[in-house]
Design a binder for this molecule. Structure first.
Ligand code: C5P
Length: 399
C-alpha cells in the first residue's frame, strides 16, 4: 500500500485534513500525519492517530518514536503533502530552517512535495509570502492555490484552503502520473445536450455527466492535459482541467472541432441528443399554437465526423443501448471508425443514466470484447484508461 505523509499546520482549516485522509484511504493509500507543535493547540494528535491507525508525529525528539524517524519514513512515502500550510511553514521550508519534525522531514524527502496554503489574505498576498512561494516553486515544489472567499478572520479574499477533493486530485496526479500520458492532450465530452424548441422547452436525455467527469479526472491524474467539453450538468469539474461548457449538440460539435487537431485521444462520453426541433424560436410559444405534431431532425453526429477525418487521434466512443447491446455497439464502432467502444445497457436503473455505478462491455475493432462487471464509475474510468494506455503504447511501439 502506498503511503502519503501529511503535514498539518496551525490553521483553523486543519479540520479539513480529516476529509483529506478519508479521500486518500478510499483510493487505497495509507496516511502518516505530521503535526506542527502549534497545530496541537487546535486539536489533539490522537484524532489523526485514530483516523490513520498510525501514531501522529509531532516532535523531533520523542522516546516512543523509532530512532531518526524523519530519515526512516523518507523511504516509505510517495508524497509529502502539507495541508493546511501556514505562512510560517512556507517561510521555513523556503529558507531551509529545520527546527521541528515537519521542516526537517521536508529537507530529507526525495518524493514530490505539494503545499496547500491557508491563511489570512494579507498574509498570503504579502510580498514575503509570495517570494517564499516562488522560491519553493523554483525548487520544484508544487502548490494547490488557495480559494477566494470568507476567511476565518472575517475578511474576504484569497487564502481559504482549497477543497479536499482538489488537494487529493492534485496529490494523486503527482503520484500516479505515467510517462505515456505526459504531454498528451485528451479531449473528453460529458453530459447531455439540450435542443431547444423555445427558451423554456427542450429535447434532451437523463445523462448526469458522472462517467465523463470521472474520465476527465482519471486522465488528469495520469498526467495528461485534459480538455473537458461539458453539457449542462450539476458537477464540480476536476482540479486544473480546462472546461468548456456547451448546451446544444451544435455547440458541442464546434467546441470539439476547435480542439480536435491537437488531441491525441478523444473520449466521447457525452450523451449527445440525437434530435433537435426543426425550428428553434427566440420567444416562448403559446401552448395552443404547438402541435398536434412537431417536426424534428437529426443533430450532427460529432463522433462520425471525427472518425471520418481522424489522423493521429485515438477515438473512444460510448454506446448506450437497451437491447442487443454488444451487437449494436459493434456496428456503431465500425460505422464511426473508432479504436475502442464502451457499451452499456441503460435499461437497468442501477447501472444506467445518473447512477454512481456502471457495468460495461469494452469492444475493439478486431472483434475482441471484454466485460467490466458492475463497479463505481470511478473504477470503470480507470479500467477504460488502462486499455487506452495499452493502445497508446502499441501506437508508440509501431511509430
Ligand atoms: O449513435 P449513438 O448515438 O448511439 O452513438 C453514441 C456515440 O456517438 C457516443 O460516443 C456519443 O457521444 C456520440 N454521438 C455524437 N453525436 C451525436 C450522437 C452521438 O458524437 N449526435
Amino acid at each position: 500500500m502506498k503511503k502519503i505523509a501529511l503535514g498539518v499546520c496551525s490553521s483553523i482549516s486543519l479540520y479539513k485534513a480529516c476529509e483529506i485522509i478519508r479521500l486518500f484511504q478510499e483510493e487505497g493509500f495509507s496516511v502518516r500525519v505530521i503535526m506542527t507543535e502549534k497545530a496541537t493547540r487546535f486539536i489533539n494528535p490522537y484524532l489523526f492517530t485514530s483516523l490513520t491507525g498510525e501514531r501522529t508525529i509531532v516532535h523531533l525528539f520523542d522516546e516512543q518514536q523509532r530512532p531518526i524517524e524523519h530519515i526512516s519514513l523518507v523511504d516509505e512515502v510517495s508524497l509529502l503533502l502539507v495541508a493546511p500550510a501556514t505562512a510560517n511553514i512556507i517561510g521555513k521550508l523556503a529558507s531551509g530552517v529545520a527546527d521541528d519534525f515537519l521542516s526537517t522531514f521536508y529537507l530529507a524527502v526525495k518524493c514530490p512535495v505539494l503545499i496547500a496554503p491557508a491563511m489570512n489574505e494579507a498574509m498570503f498576498l504579502h510580498p514575503q509570502t509570495q517570494e517564499n512561494i516562488r522560491k519553493l516553486k523554483n525548487l520544484g515544489v508544487e502548490f494547490v492555490e488557495p480559494e477566494s472567499g470568507y476567511l476565518a478572520c472575517g475578511k474576504k479574499g484569497p487564502g481559504r484552503l482549497a477543497s479536499p477533493e482538489k488537494i487529493v486530485q492534485k496529490s494523486l496526479r503527482l503520484v500516479r502520473s505515467k510517462e505515456i500520458f505526459k504531454n498528451k492532450v485528451i479531449l473528453i465530452t460529458a453530459g447531455p445536450t439540450r435542443e431547444f424548441l423555445d427558451p423554456v422547452r427542450y429535447l434532451s436525455n437523463p445523462s448526469s455527466g458522472k462517467m465523463g467527469y470521472e474520465l476527465a479526472r482519471e486522465a488528469y491524474e495520469l498526467g495528461a492535459e485534459v480538455i473537458l467539453i461539458s453539457g449542462p450538468v450539476d458537477l464540480e469539474p476536476p482540479a486544473e482541467v480546462y472546461v468548456e461548457k456547451v448546451i446544444t449538440a451544435e455547440e458541442m460539435r464546434q467546441a470539439v472541432l476547435k480542439h480536435y487537431a491537437r488531441a491525441d485521444v478523444v473520449v466521447m462520453a457525452a450523451a449527445v441528443a440525437d434530435f433537435k426541433f426543426s425550428q428553434s424560436l427566440p420567444d416562448k410559444v403559446k401552448k395552443e399554437k404547438i402541435g398536434p405534431s412537431l417536426t424534428i431532425e437529426k443533430t450532427p453526429d460529432i463522433l462520425q465526423e471525427l472518425g471520418a477525418s481522424k489522423s493521429q487521434q485515438l477515438l473512444v466512443g460510448f454506446a448506450a443501448e437497451t437491447s442487443q447491446v454488444t451487437d449494436r455497439a459493434f456496428q456503431k464502432m465500425k460505422q464511426k471508425n473508432l479504436d475502442l467502444m464502451v457499451a452499456n445497457d441503460v435499461s437497468r436503473p442501477e447501472t444506467g443514466f445518473g447512477s454512481d455505478d456502471n457495468e460495461v462491455w469494452l469492444l475493439w475493432p478486431d472483434g475482441r470484447s471484454k466485460k467490466i462487471p458492475r463497479m463505481s464509475k470511478r473504477k470503470i474510468s480507470q479500467q477504460i484508461f488502462s486499455e487506452i494506455e495499452v493502445l497508446l503504447n502499441e501506437r508508440q511501439r509501431n511509430s
